[in-house]
Design a protein around this ligand. Structure first.
Ligand code: PLP
Length: 429
């Protein structure tokens, strides 16, 4: 049986879809090569960190209780710090998600009367209640932190003038969100983040600059910590977990910032020296080692989605003209039927839960029904191939992840196939 036969017979992909996708893949070869080069660079970077810090079988044993003297945990912290070009790192399974890690970092450094400025407009949805943009008991604002948000300019760029003018004596932390979040705008590449650092430093040298790095790790050769940012924060069930870490978050940066976060996560009397790892050191370390390759696969999948659906006349973001800095790809599908068919294709191509058909549902806090497809080994992991979006004009679907490029490719073909079978798209000859 040939690969073509497999696709046609086992997956039910129509010959027209297959032929079109094969052609697109060949034509996108130059873009793929660029991504592979970044992948190789980051693999070397992580491997060098593992070697330098002597990662060893003995580090995988794990601890219980307090987790005192856990050399595996200490070594993984050192590897993260090294690979991301920073002094200190806290990588912990006790941080359950990106939101938790970001919340820990904010509460670690901000005190009553301090000001937090978001330089990149409205932050990711889950942070609205952490900050108190949506009034919430226990939020930063509830704790007396002042919050200022610098609206993006109409073209989606950062308003550097307003950012500089907004920094006062009270300003303690300037936050930058690297990824686009749920919007059609593109993310902020590390080169842009560097310019934001220059703007902030031109006003005050001692403001802490922190980047929400979710979805950004290993998409470029440099991380924000390598261009003057004080700290980066992210989730281990996204890029740096490599699809293997079972849970966790990280905070990487300067000593004071990371230690303050550790005091918040555990207690003021404890710091970086505690936190049982049970059996998780190995999946966390192995996941970090695999992450550059996994991210490479996710980015190739995103580029393939962009090429395939772009050629069929759909608007996509980021377009190929901009520097990519995160893994998600947005496809403006233009109708609820197409969103449903696309999601069904992604779900049919999942290694786990492929037998379910996604349906749009109303979720608490959202005005419109949400459709999502995810068949992942790790619950909620969006580094595995998944898609989601609110069913409302202009019908944008967010597609992200893919543990391997070849799975991303099959998912894309299946998504197109479902749309094609339902007569929702025409395929050029
Ligand atoms: C996913 C994400 C978060 C939140 O991470 P969770 O792990 O879902 O809590 C925060 N910011 C950005 C930009 C994200 O993409």
């Amino acid at each position: 049986m040939t690969l073509q036969d497999l696709f046609l017979e086992k997956f039910g992909i129509k010959p027209e879809v297959l032929e079109f996708c094969n052609k697109v893949e060949q034509e996108a070869a130059a873009r793929f090569r660029e991504v592979e080069e970044i992948g190789e660079f980051n693999q070397a970077k992580v491997l060098a960190a593992c070697i330098k810090h002597g990662l060893s079988e003995s580090h995988f044993a794990g601890t219980t209780g307090y987790g005192d003297g856990d050399i595996g945990r200490e070594t993984l912290d050192a590897i993260y710090a090294e690979a991301f070009g920073a002094d200190y790192a806290m990588v912990r399974m006790q941080m359950i998600s990106g939101t938790h890690a970001l919340s820990t970092a904010f509460f670690g450094s901000l005190r009553h009367g301090d000001e937090l400025i978001y330089a990149t407009g409205q932050p990711y949805d889950t942070l609205h209640r952490v900050i108190g943009i949506t009034p919430t008991q226990g939020s930063l604002i509830d704790h007396g932190v002042k919050y200022t948000q610098i609206a993006l300019l109409p073209d989606g760029s950062v308003d550097h003038q307003k950012l500089a003018d907004s920094i006062t004596k009270q300003t303690k932390v300037v936050a930058i969100q690297r990824s686009k979040g749920y919007s059609f705008q593109t993310g902020f590449p590390v080169s842009e983040i560097k310019k934001m650092v220059e703007t902030v430093r031109s006003v005050r040298k001692d403001v802490l600059i922190m980047v929400d790095n979710c979805y950004g790790e290993f998409v470029e050769k440099l991380e924000p910590t390598e261009v003057g940012v004080d700290a980066i924060v992210g989730s281990l069930i996204k890029n740096p977990g490599g699809g293997i870490a079972n849970t966790g978050g990280y905070i990487v940066g300067g000593q004071t910032f990371v230690e303050n976060a550790a005091r918040k996560l555990f207690s003021p009397a404890m710091g970086l020296q505690l936190g049982a790892t049970l059996g998780e050191n190995k999946p966390m370390a192995m996941g970090f080692f695999m992450a550059p390759n996994m991210v490479m696969g996710s980015v190739k999948s995103a580029i393939f989605m962009d090429e395939v659906f772009g050629r069929l006349g759909f608007k996509t973001s980021p377009p190929k003209t901009v520097t990519r800095t995160d893994t998600p790809q947005v496809i403006r599908l233009g109708s609820a039927e197409r969103m449903t068919a696309f999601s069904r294709g992604i779900q049919k191509a999942a290694p786990v839960d492929s037998m379910y058909a996604p349906e749009a549902v109303y979720m608490p806090g959202y005005a419109d029904p949400i459709i999502s497809a995810a068949g992942s080994f790790i619950q909620g992991s969006t580094s595995e191939l998944s898609c989601d979006g609110p069913i409302r004009p202009p019908y944008d679907l967010y597609v992200q992840g893919g543990l391997t490029w070849h799975h991303g490719k099959i998912g894309c073909m299946m998504a197109l196939n479902e749309m094609y079978i339902d007569g929702l798209v025409e395929i050029p000859k």
